[in-house]
Design a protein around this ligand. Structure first.
Ligand code: NAD
Length: 348
C-alpha cells in the first residue's frame, strides 16, 4: 500500500469503519501544501476493498492537479464509501461519515460525487462543517457545465479561429447532470448536436427538446463532428476508440478521459486538440471551493469563466513547444504542487 501511495505522491490515507451503521469508508489526501484537501465523496459498489482504495488514491491526485491549475488554495482529496451489501440506513451512514471527516480537523473538505446527492451532504453536515454541496449551497454540475462551455469556445477559437457555435457540430456522450445542462447551452447557442446515453429517456428528451440526432453508445465515437464531448464515463479515449474519432477537438466534462498517459500523445499525433479534463471540468470544484469560502455567486461565475483564458494559454504554450496538451497540463500542475511543498518545508 505504501508503494501505491508513493507512486501517486499521496500524503495520507485514512480508514474508518462503524459497525453500528455498516459504514466502511476511505479518505485519501493527496496533498495539503496549498491548503486543505478538497474533493468529492463517492458512494458506489466496489468489487473489493483494494479497488476502493485504488479509486480514492487515483481520484485524490486528480483533485490536486485540478485545484492547482484552477489556482484554488486547496490540495486534492477524495473519499469513498463502500456501498453496504445488505440493508442500511442511508442518513445514519452519512452522519457517521461526517464524523470521519470531522476527525481530520479540516484537513479534508468533502463534496458530492458519483452516487452521493445533496441530501447526503445535509446528513454529513450534521456531524461536520467540512462539507459542501448542502441544500443551502447547491449542486456544482451547472458550474461544471458553464466551465466546459467556456472551454469549448476556447478550443474552437484556438483550432478554427472563431467560436461561433452555430457553425459547429458536437458529438456529446452522456446526458447526465453536466451533459444535459451543457447540451442545452450548446443548443441555445445554435450548435448542431449528436448525442448518446445508455438511458433512452434522456436521448428521447434531447431529440424532442434540442433537435439532437441520437446515436447508439458505441456509434458516438464514429460521428464526424467538430468536437467530441465526453460527459459520461472515464477512460473513453483508449487504443480501442482513438482511431475511430473523426473530430478535430476532444473537450468534455468526464474525469480521467485518457485511458493512460500515452493517449494524450496519441491524440496530439493525430492532430486532435485535447482539452485536459481536469482543467476544462474544474468549474464544479471552483463552485464548491468558493461556496465553502462564502464567496458570492458573481465571483464564482467570474472565476469559472477564466477557464476560457487558461485553456487558450495552455494551448498556445503546448503548440509553441510542440507538446501534447495533456503533458503540459501535468507538468504545470506538478510544478505548482512541488513549489508549494518546498515553501511549506522551508517554513517548517
Ligand atoms: P451523471 O451520472 O449525472 O451523468 C453521466 C451520464 O452518462 C448518465 O446520463 C449516464 O446514463 C451516462 N452514461 C453512462 N455510461 C454511458 C455510456 N457507456 N455511454 C453513454 N452514456 C453513458 O454524472 P455527471 O455529474 O453529469 O458527470 C459526468 C462526468 O463529468 C463524470 O465523468 C464526472 O466524473 C465528471 N465531472 C462531473 C462534475 C460535476 O459537477 N457533476 C464535475 C467534474 C467532473
Amino acid at each position: 500500500m505504501f508503494r501505491q501511495m508513493e507512486s501517486a505522491g499521496l500524503q495520507d490515507l485514512h480508514f474508518w469503519q462503524d459497525p453500528d451503521t455498516g459504514l466502511q469508508a476511505i479518505i485519501a489526501i493527496h496533498d495539503t501544501f496549498r491548503g486543505p484537501a478538497i474533493g468529492g465523496c463517492r458512494f458506489i459498489t466496489y468489487p473489493d476493498t483494494s479497488a476502493a482504495i485504488e479509486d480514492a488514491i487515483r481520484l485524490a491526485r486528480g483533485m490536486s492537479y485540478k485545484s492547482a491549475l484552477a489556482g484554488l488554495p486547496h490540495g486534492g482529496g477524495k473519499s469513498v464509501i463502500i456501498k453496504p451489501a445488505g440493508r442500511y440506513n442511508r442518513g445514519l451512514l452519512m452522519q457517521s461519515f461526517g464524523r470521519f471527516v470531522d476527525s481530520l480537523d479540516g484537513r479534508y473538505i468533502t463534496a458530492m460525487d458519483s452516487g452521493t446527492q445533496i441530501s447526503d451532504m445535509d446528513n454529513i453536515a450534521l456531524s461536520t462543517r467540512y462539507v459542501t454541496c448542502t441544500q443551502d449551497m447547491g449542486d456544482p454540475s451547472p458550474s461544471t457545465a458553464d466551465g466546459v462551455f467556456a472551454g469549448i469556445k476556447a478550443s474552437l477559437q484556438f483550432r478554427l479561429g472563431h467560436n461561433e457555435l452555430d457553425k459547429v457540430h458536437i458529438a456529446l456522450q452522456g446526458l447526465g447532470h453536466v451533459g444535459w445542462a451543457l447540451a442545452k447551452q450548446l443548443h441555445n447557442a445554435g450548435a448542431r448536436l449528436s448525442v448518446t446515453d445508455i438511458d433512452p429517456v434522456k436521448t428521447a428528451r434531447a431529440k424532442t427538446e434540442l433537435g439532437a440526432t441520437v446515436v447508439s453508445p458505441d456509434e458516438i465515437y464514429d460521428v464526424e463532428a467538430d468536437i467530441f464531448c465526453p460527459c459520461g464515463l472515464g477512460a473513453i479515449i483508449s487504443p480501442d476508440t482513438i482511431n475511430r474519432l473523426r473530430c478535430g477537438i476532444v473537450a468534455g466534462s468526464a474525469n480521467n478521459q485518457l485511458a493512460d498517459e500515452a493517449m494524450g500523445d496519441a491524440l496530439c499525433e493525430r492532430g486532435i486538440l485535447y482539452a485536459p479534463d481536469y482543467l476544462i471540468n474544474s468549474g464544479g470544484l471552483i463552485f464548491v471551493a468558493l461556496q465553502h469560502a462564502r464567496h458570492h455567486e458573481q465571483a464564482i461565475r467570474q472565476k469559472v469563466a477564466t477557464i476560457y483564458d487558461s485553456l487558450l494559454e495552455l494551448y498556445q504554450h503546448a503548440d509553441a513547444d510542440q507538446l501534447a496538451t495533456s503533458y503540459v497540463a501535468d507538468i504545470r500542475a506538478e510544478a505548482i504542487i512541488h513549489q508549494a511543498s518546498l515553501k511549506s518545508h522551508q517554513a517548517a
